[in-house]
Design a binder for this molecule. Sequence first.
Ligand code: VTB
Ligand code: MG
Ligand code: MG
Length: 363
Amino acid sequence: MTHPRIAEEMINGAGPIESSLLPRLLHVTEAAAIAASYQIGRGEKNFCDQVSVEAMRRMLNCLDMRGIIKIGEGERDEAPMLFIGEKVGKWEGGVEVDIAVDPLEGTNLAANGIPGAISVMAMAERGGLFHGPDIYMDKIVVGPQVVKYEREHPGERIDLDAPVLHNLRIVAEALDRNIEELVVVILERSRHEQKIKEIREAGARVNLVSDGDLMPGVATAIRGSGVHMVLGAGGSGEAVLTAAAIKCLGGKILARLVLPSVANGKSAEAIAKEKAEKMPRLEKMGITEENINNILDTERLAPGKDIIFAATGVTSGSVLNGVSLFGEGDARVNSLTIGSSGVVKFTDTIYIHDKEANVLRFR
Ligand code: VTB
Ligand code: MG
Ligand code: MG
């Protein structure tokens, strides 16, 4: 049987946000990535972040939408930020959208010229993305084959609180692999010593990353990426962005909010101090001492029906190439965009400002 009209149906079936804003969203992350790229390797992570935040804000404010930032990054690092609650877009009609941003995911990576820095954001209809604080989330991310396996094997499920071995067994079954063949990405932090030990004892292979647990999460849904699971406590904004992408690709994330002082095993005093500082603000977002430990699944983190996601490489990583600069502001950028319709695009964009100096070339 042939499916001559599937692409047409998918394109026409996209929601209003995907059809009107996804191409523009790409331009937003491209602009942020290009701005950051001029700062790669200069050792100034805050400045690097600042230029990408500013580029992202300028581009967002050109869009016909009424946007609100629902989760972002910044206050944790005291980095310049698109702050939670900030209104972006023209706000003259246009669609209402909730936004998750990380203008520069991996500021240290970019500042030190290390692989894996990206500019990334996601949008959805109002209420379509988790509104939460910029703290950590403990996470586990797996691809679509695991979702299928869970559906076909009732009772067998990925579990954030189970021993690592339990989760690895399920992933191995779902992917029809041995545990020894699996690769788990986890941030290289002392808070993860126990988990890293458990992964190794279970026989799986560990890929320690100095920063950047977002794209590896997305990569669990890309066969051939070599990433089978992501574990550990990382940014909450990064978890929501991962959820947006992974939902569109059919994968799964489970997460739980955790205060950095708790995750990093700080003293009771330090924990009390962080709670006193942050809980009042968290409570305004509906997060209390009672429910902070609730498990947040993909649907809770990204409940939207019309979700769009875009990421552009800043420094080269395993999924996206970094920005190449050709002089006169000319640049070549590599991005990934995903929409709820299931349309996924890997794009290779060349901005030629000086057409005589920078003749279009294949490679
Ligand atoms: C996490 C992770 C990010 O920064 O937020 C991490 O999700 C910060 O963790 O991908 P620490 O506080 O332990 O440094 C990143 O690695 C980069 O933004
Ligand atoms: Mg950032
Ligand atoms: Mg980040």
